[in-house]
Ligand binder design. Structure first.
Ligand SMILES: Cc1cc2nc3c(=O)[nH]c(=O)nc-3n(C[C@H](O)[C@H](O)[C@H](O)COP(=O)(O)OP(=O)(O)OC[C@H]3O[C@@H](n4cnc5c(N)ncnc54)[C@H](O)[C@@H]3O)c2cc1C
Length: 537
């Protein structure tokens, strides 16, 4: 760490973790009038939140196995539609029973759904095929549910902008390295500012641990030991096309690869569930990728012929449940576990939250903030369910055509004014995701130190078929040309970005995608003198 360099902050509450859970707590506490500092060792949504499947749950997946989670999902589904409309595509969901699947499960599902009032509508197979013509011809039964797909980064940034509007401070790339505990109270959270190699000390009255799969490690820093967080690793694969326009769930007891989610211009098949011990280095085993492609093929014949873009893995933070075997993550509760360390460890001002789902993040945050507010003698009511985040105030859902529409409007505007500056602003930098030069420059002006991966999370650059092969060079050029960094730094950012992209492409690199990657590799090797990325994987 840089010698002698130290920053100081002070807040009522420090929230550790900038995934959905942490930003939810920061927003809720700030809205109730607490001063808040949120810290994350990386970018917002770079943990499990940015590596999930994208499904806005209706509750249907859990209605037989975990009724409480199903009820929470159903309720929060409606709330998220209201407060995060800009981050949700209202594509609907369908449960599909194929011949050979156990029909008794669907009957039980219907009975339980009726019991808890979970909205669904059974439809004929003819209607199911009208909606989704690519479904397997072995379809035997289908039901519609109120599902959608969520863009987790839009959601997280929406919640953060709301928290900031209520005075919260957000420190990205600040890793918590220690906590000072005196007489059963944490009074300082110590962070390492990774971008500037400085120490940051945050004096505080309360601490919320929302570090997801890392929550056990954070708890140990506050002398709260044996918070046994198990990582349930899930592998997912993104296909190059939207093979479906509805979230398709296999109508069976929750298992591997049972769900296909349309997300932006792709669709995602997932997921596996295998215990892993290191959330920082999750494996993407080829065998699990193949398993996902097989599951897709069962739902949509011909699935394997489509081009697989990339695979990735996320870690479900699950509190170790003594009722099931150590490696049986599929049957560990998906519900939330909240630990008040005052009761458990005698640390009066510290609460950890583990588990849950992105779809229920707001409710999880409300429960944690209730506990903290009570400790702080704060009687303000939770308002996070009724007040939309700033970006969602317009009230309309995200649609696949949103960027086309935005581009048309900007195109018309610039042709009527027709200045050279306007047309330069509208130049497309990433063709796959329709990201313009202005969008990149605005994001860099907001965060001049942004890595290209940070830009990807904000704007989706490099998420298309070329996986950044073309746009990353243009971003490097723009960064240097506009004084955000020098050429050496731009090359380092480019190299880092491409290496991350390649990590996800390698497990699926065959057919068209392998050809694309060979082209990318050739371009970078021969024109930019970047050593062969392919060889380094
Ligand atoms: C494969 C998979 C698929 C899923 N699919 C869905 C789905 O379709 N729908 C749904 O609703 N839910 C889904 N989930 C669940 C959902 O993604 C998670 O419940 C949710 O994202 C967890 O968010 P979190 O904020 O608790 O954790 P995270 O997002 O992991 O956030 C924890 C944060 O803590 C930070 N951190 C860690 N250590 C430190 C430190 N020392 N200092 C500072 N910061 C630190 C990390 O950088 C990270 O950003 C899925 C999960 C997985 C794994």
């Amino acid at each position: 760490m840089g010698e002698g360099r130290m920053k100081h902050y002070s807040a009522d509450l420090v929230v550790i973790g900038g995934g959905s859970t942490g930003v939810g707590i920061a927003r809720d506490a700030a809205m109730r009038g607490l001063s808040v500092v949120l810290v994350d060792k990386g970018d917002l949504g770079s943990g499990t939140t940015g590596r999930f499947h994208g499904q806005l749950h209706s509750g249907g997946r859990y209605v037989v196995s975990d009724m409480e989670s199903a009820i929470e999902c159903a309720r929060e589904n409606h709330t998220l539609r209201h407060i995060h409309s800009d981050a949700i595509e209202d594509c609907g969901g369908m449960f599909t029973l194929l011949s050979g699947d156990n029909p008794a499960y669907a009957d039980q599902w219907i009975q339980k759904s009726q019991e808890i009032g979970l909205p669904f509508q059974e439809i004929s197979c003819k209607e199911a095929f009208r909606r989704e013509p690519r479904l397997s011809p072995t379809l035997a039964r289908a039901a519609l549910v109120e599902e959608g797909s969520i863009d987790s980064w839009k959601m997280v940034w929406g919640a953060v902008h709301s928290a900031q509007a209520y005075g919260a401070t957000v420190l990205r790339y600040h890793q918590v390295t220690d906590m000072v505990v005196t007489d059963g109270t944490i009074n300082t959270v110590i962070c390492h500012d990774l971008r500037h190699d400085e120490q940051a000390n945050i004096s505080c009255a309360y601490v919320a641990n929302a570090a997801g799969p890392w929550a056990g490690k954070i708890a140990a820093l506050a002398q709260c030991f044996d918070v046994d967080v198990v990582c349930g690793r899930g592998v997912m694969v993104a296909m190059n096309h939207r093979l479906v326009n509805t979230v398709i769930n296999r109508w069976v007891w929750p298992g591997d690869g049972g769900t296909l989610v349309p997300a932006h211009s792709v669709c995602i098949i997932g997921t596996t569930d295998v215990v892993d011990d290191d959330p920082d280095h999750l494996a993407i085993p080829r065998v699990e990728v193949e398993q996902m492609l097989d599951s897709g093929e069962e739902l949509i014949p011909g699935f394997r012929k489509a081009r697989a873009l990339r695979a990735w893995a996320g870690a479900r933070p699950l509190l170790h449940d003594k009722r099931v075997a150590d490696d049986d993550t599929r049957h560990m509760s998906r519900g939330m576990s909240i630990i008040d360390h005052e009761d458990r460890d005698g640390i009066q001002n510290f609460v950890s939250i583990i588990g849950g789902k992105l779809s229920t993040y707001r409710l999880m945050a409300e429960k944690v903030t209730d506990i903290l507010a009570k400790k702080a003698n704060n009687h303000a009511l939770c308002r996070t369910a009724s007040e939309p985040v700033p970006e969602a105030r317009a009230g309309s859902y995200y649609a696949l055509t949103s960027r086309f529409k935005q581009r048309e409007i900007e195109g018309k505007r610039s042709s009527s004014h027709s200045s050279d500056e306007d047309s330069l602003d509208n130049q497309i930098i990433c063709e796959c995701e329709l990201v313009t030069r202005k969008m990149i420059l605005d994001a860099l002006s907001e965060d001049p130190e942004a890595s290209f991966d940070d830009l990807r999370r904000r704007l989706r650059v490099g998420m298309g078929p070329c996986q950044g092969g073309f746009c990353s060079q243009r971003i490097a050029g723009l960064s240097v040309e506009n004084g955000f960094c020098n050429a050496a730094e731009a090359t380092a950012r480019l190299r880092d970005f491409l290496a991350r992209r390649w990590k996800g492409v390698m497990p699926v690199a065959h057919g068209q995608q392998a050809r694309e990657m060979a082209l990318d590799s050739w371009i970078h090797d021969n024109t930019l003198d970047i050593p062969d990325l392919l060889k380094n994987q």
